[in-house]
Design a protein around this ligand. Structure first.
Ligand code: 2P0
Length: 333
């Protein structure tokens, strides 16, 4: 690939139905388990990367303000990796715009690093296909490996004994997925979470007596989820999704000290989801590293579920469907 001066990429967040929770290698961002997600058609991140050959450092702007601290450090470390792969030295100017609240457990880093990986790979002239892009995005943030692709996506943990474990861990679309699903996002809080998912995963792996069982259970959930997606079985997919998320939260709550992202507002929404099911509506909850709830359902039920959530909570409620993978919007030579 020839290097370009500027590239602009767009990527969407994804929500895991089978969660990623725990790294076996922190530096390479290699997970203990495979995970499976749905890329959304809402909350895109748009990222422009421009080469700055005269600059001494990278300059990163997020939502109109210069990035600093951990955000700047992670972006620069990621650009260093791209430069190392490309054999280049020039610094870059990055301008990224989110439409999702950052750090609130709404997968902002997934769309963010997928867009940054795609735009940076273009300006630095890194060769590679979507699978390679997924490996690269993984190094920025694990879940970003999945946002490279649209629809239902599986991220392979990869064989730990493979000669090059980095190469064995990438995401790809789930073949033959026939399920048509929507996700109703119930946004209870938009502020950053008290404990980063990185730290929370570390603590769960190191101290939770439930972690090993969660890993075993998650593998079985994944096998059943493949069948549910291929059969277009909403009830099975929803049931597996909800229990996988509850088990992940149970494992982190058993960590020492406990990691607790669920709040009383979260539990109230979970109650409303159960009540909908009791009324015969197919609705199943999932939660990530934050208090917000996403309700998996058939597209035909999404509006009804969203209306109910607006009735019973003060939350911002957003209906999402399956969205596209990361794509370039503009490249300037
Ligand atoms: C997931 N989450 O599968 C899980 C479920 C949150 C709960 O991936 O440390 O930002 O950058 O690899 O990808 C959030 O973690 O973590 C996440 P890093 P990431 O979607």
């Amino acid at each position: 690939m020839t290097a370009r001066e500027t590239a602009v990429a767009v990527a969407h967040p994804n929500i895991a139905l089978i969660k990623y929770w725990g790294k076996r290698d922190e530096r390479l961002v290699l997970p203990f388990t495979d995970s499976l997600s749905m890329t959304l058609d809402v909350f895109p991140t748009t990222t422009a990367v421009r080469l700055a050959p005269d600059a001494a450092t990278d300059h990163v702007v997020m939502d109109g303000a210069p990035a600093e601290g951990e955000v700047l450090r992670r972006a620069t470390t990621f650009l260093d990796l791209v430069r190392e792969h490309a054999g280049r030295r020039e610094r870059a100017v990055v301008d990224t715009r989110n439409t999702v609240p950052v750090g609130a457990g709404l997968a902002s880093s997934a769309g963010g690093f997928a867009a940054l990986a795609l735009a940076a790979a273009h300006v630095y002239g890194l060769p590679g296909d979507a699978e390679q892009l997924s490996r690269l995005a993984r190094r920025g943030s694990g879940s970003a490996a999945r946002s490279v692709f649209g629809g239902f996506v599986v991220w392979h943990a990869g064989d730990p004994d493979a000669p090059y474990p980095d190469r064995a861990s990438y995401a790809e679309p789930v073949a033959d997925a026939r399920l048509d699903a929507a996700l109703v996002a119930v946004v209870l809080e938009e502020g950053p979470k008290p404990v980063s998912s990185r730290e929370a995963m570390r603590r769960t792996v190191a101290t939770s007596p439930l972690y090993r069982d969660w890993v075993t259970d998650s593998r079985a959930d994944l096998a059943r989820m493949y069948t549910a997606l291929r059969d277009g079985d909403m009830t099975a997919a929803g049931t597996i999704t909800e229990r996988n998320a509850l088990a992940m939260h149970a494992a982190m709550e058993a960590a020492r000290p406990a990691v607790r992202y669920r709040t009383t507002a979260t539990d109230a929404v979970l109650g409303h989801v159960r009540r909908l099911r009791a009324e015969g509506v197919g609705a199943w909850a999932t939660m990530d590293a934050g208090p917000n709830v996403k309700v998996l359902c058939a597209p035909a039920d999404a509006q009804r579920i969203a209306d109910r959530m607006r009735e019973v909570t003060d939350a911002r409620v957003v209906v999402a469907h399956r969205g596209p993978g990361a794509r370039l919007r503009q490249v300037t030579a």
